[in-house]
Design a protein around this ligand. Structure first.
Ligand code: UD1
Length: 415
């Protein structure tokens, strides 16, 4: 089995290029189901999750051509209504094919999704949205069957601004008859990037006052699109800089998308410098402890919570982090405790008492972001750590070893 061998205790320094955003690339690939014409998507990262979504849509009858970071998707006159369970079980984002398939074919049968084990992660809001658009939804065992002769516009008020439900409903509503309003819609940069693509495909979607207004169309057409930079990857490497006392610049980013974590890192005393497309994090004052909560965008992103807790475990004083998005997102703290961190978890809040050093460990990456947190902790710890279950890290971080080596990280992938 492959694992990372990481020799910690060396400050990272240099420039690290940032890839396209996983969470924007996945729905963009799914949007190809809304048309038979060609969709050309640039800046698509090479990740396991992207391969999984491309296999999912290929299994549905689309033709996919991949060339470096460009993906061209075409065809689909004989689209199938049921993706292979194997793909959907691997990754929750595959469930997004449900609405577009119903909108195109009038029927879809999709297994209930898998993905990171970080909470119950139900799909009730996705299904509630499709029901409001006029679909009949039947949950049978491990899969969902959805039928609709033609979807119609509706007003849908989400009790929580779910990213996936907003994307599912927005894509479906583009091909519905009449206007759809999604109140309390998610407006993460990745959702905005999808809306931008849908509009390029001939959709008519506007965002105002927390709602999406979608005018349904008979058909959508092909388009060219670029995936935005990955704010989670950029945030992870900035935190890697902070935890190792390093001086790292992430290149090819949209600093505005990272506003909340940047504010917090600078409040903690780190020196942050920005240009239009780059962010540098260097040591500043002695780092101070802090309290924060995760929240929908523009709040502190839940996906950066695990790397951030790893950082706080080495910041003198008491910090707290409250997890408001996913209920089981602190399980990785057991591995950090094994490294010497002092972290107590009470329901949804982690109380972190900073220690002066962590020691090396052997651990398994539990999910994408918790895996990254363990890598960061190992880069800061004294001695040689081993991290396995790399499939999780490969789902969300493109060429992590090469990128970290490029800024002086002593990390290797070993079979
Ligand atoms: C997406 C991101 C993920 C990120 C998350 C929150 C992708 C592929 N993944 O996940 O990296 O951590 O947004 O920013 O884009 N919920 C329900 N019912 C539903 C849907 C969601 O109760 O039908 C709950 C979930 O259990 C969770 C919360 O809403 O507690 C947030 O989920 P959601 O915003 O939907 O996240 P995902 O789209 O799964």
């Amino acid at each position: 089995m492959e694992h990372f061998v990481i020799l910690g205790g060396h400050p990272l320094s240099g420039v690290i290029p940032i890839s396209g955003a996983k969470n924007a690339a996945l729905p963009a690939c799914v949007a190809s189901l809304l048309t038979d014409e060609q969709l050309v998507i640039d800046h698509v990262p090479h990740l396991r999750d992207v391969s999984t979504i491309l296999s999912t849509i290929s299994s549905l009858g689309k033709r996919v051509v991949r060339d470096e970071t460009r993906v061209s998707i075409a065809g689909g006159a004989d689209l199938r209504c049921q993706p292979q369970a194997l793909f959907v079980e691997q990754m929750r984002a595959s469930f997004l094919v449900l609405g577009p398939l119903v909108a195109r074919l009038g029927r879809a049968v999709v297994p209930l999704p898998g993905g990171c084990k970080i909470g119950a992660r139900p799909v009730d809001l996705h299904l509630r949205g499709l029901r409001a658009l006029g679909a009949q939804v039947r949950e049978e065992g491990d899969s969902v069957t959805v039928i609709a002769e033609r979807l119609h516009g509706a007003k849908i008020s989400l009790p929580f601004p779910s990213v996936g439900a907003t994307e599912q409903i927005a894509m479906s509503a583009c091909l519905a008859r009449g206007e759809t309003v999604i109140e309390n819609a998610a407006w993460e940069p990745e959702v905005a990037n999808l809306v931008d693509l849908l509009n390029k495909m001939g959709g008519e979607i506007e965002h105002a006052d927390g709602s999406l207004y979608i005018r349904g169309k008979g058909v959508l057409h092909g388009a060219r699109h670029a995936v935005i930079p990955d704010r989670m990857e950029a945030g992870t490497y900035l935190i890697a800089s902070a935890i190792t006392g390093g001086d790292v610049t992430v290149q090819g980013v949209i600093p505005e998308d990272l506003r909340s974590p940047l504010l917090i890192l600078s409040e903690m005393g780190f020196k942050i410098e920005e240009t239009n497309e780059a962010i540098r994090l260097a040591p500043g004052d002695r780092p101070r402890p802090i309290s924060t909560i995760t929240a929908p965008y523009p709040g502190f992103p839940t996906d950066l919570q695990p790397p951030f807790v790893a950082l706080l475990s080495l910041v003198e004083g008491t910090s707290t982090v409250e997890e408001r998005i996913f209920e089981h997102r602190f399980t990785y703290t057991a591995a950090l405790r094994k490294m010497g961190a002092m972290i107590e978890v009470n329901e949804r809040t982690a109380v972190i008492n900073g220690v002066s050093k962590l020691h090396a460990t052997t651990a398994s990456a539990p999910d994408i972001r918790a895996g990254a947190a363990l890598v960061l902790a190992a880069l800061a710890a004294r001695g040689e750590s081993k991290i396995d279950n790399l499939e999780q890290i490969d789902r969300g971080y493109e060429r992590m070893v090469e990128k970290l080596q490029g800024i002086g990280g002593r990390i290797e992938r070993v079979s």
